[in-house]
Ligand binder design. Structure first.
Ligand SMILES: *Cc1c(COP(=O)(O)O)cnc(C)c1O
Length: 231
């Protein structure tokens, strides 16, 4: 077994244990493996071990991998910032964008999504803890942006994504994630039909699953430490 396959098995076991403790079905939580800074061979090793969904932060790096690995039929999520002059590559190559926090970006992605591709799946990034990480809309602005994005023809609004600041302990992490889950439930109560709440990384996936995450984004625990610093 490769190191990556072994790490994947370990992360899947962590997810299963967290689901069991939370009384949740393991099928409710999707594992997104974050392959930023790692090359196509690392993605191939994870795909050979059954992994289908991959996250990339840097658009050109992601497009290069998507193009090189086209025959594997993987699902690619953009989880890094998207400037308005970079939307075309994202709209043409990725399957998901999890970092939409402005209507202007969503409008460009919709306009540039090729007609022969299915609608681009979208999560709104929410700055759930008002943390130093300034990306993401304020929770109070989520409903209005969600309604506007849901109305765009070539996008499919799937849910919310958060990157909270590291919390001191499990309970503190779970409390922040629970605020995101409450917002997600509120938007669904308003009729938005969201199915994806993307929260939880290598260090806090258990707390995120306890609070109701449906997608955890895991890089380091699968591929190892990155040479480039986390942005
Ligand atoms: C890098 C990154 C991850 C993965 O983080 P790890 O701590 O390596 O698991 C998840 N989400 C986003 C948005 C990231 O940029």
């Amino acid at each position: 077994m490769t190191t990556i396959a072994g790490n994947l098995q370990h992360v899947r076991a962590r997810i299963a244990t967290a689901c069991e403790r939370a009384g949740r079905d393991v099928e409710e939580v999707t594992l997104l493996t974050v392959s930023k800074t790692f090359g196509p061979d690392a993605v191939r090793a994870a795909a050979a071990a059954g992994q289908r969904a991959f996250g990339e932060n840097y658009i050109q790096e992601g497009v290069n991998k998507i193009t090189a690995l086209r025959e594997l039929g993987l699902a690619w999520h953009c989880i890094g910032p998207v400037q308005s002059n970079k939307t075309r590559g994202v709209a043409e190559h990725f399957d998901w964008v999890q970092t939409v926090d402005r209507l202007k970006i969503a409008e460009r992605l919709s306009a540039q999504r090729p007609a022969d591709r299915p609608p681009l799946n979208i999560c709104l990034q929410v700055n759930i803890d008002g943390g130093l990480n300034k990306s993401g809309i304020a929770p109070g602005d989520a409903l209005a942006l969600a309604r506007a994005v849901a109305a765009l023809p070539r996008l499919k609004l799937r849910g919310l994504m958060t990157i909270p600041e590291p919390a001191p302990d499990f309970e503190a992490a779970r409390a922040v994630h629970a605020n995101a889950r409450a917002l997600f439930d509120h938007l669904n109560a308003e009729g938005l039909a969201l199915d994806t709440l993307s929260m939880g990384m290598s260090d806090d996936l258990e707390a995120a699953i306890a609070a109701g995450s449906t997608m955890v984004r895991i890089g380091t625990a699968i591929f190892g430490e990155r040479a480039m610093p986390r942005d």
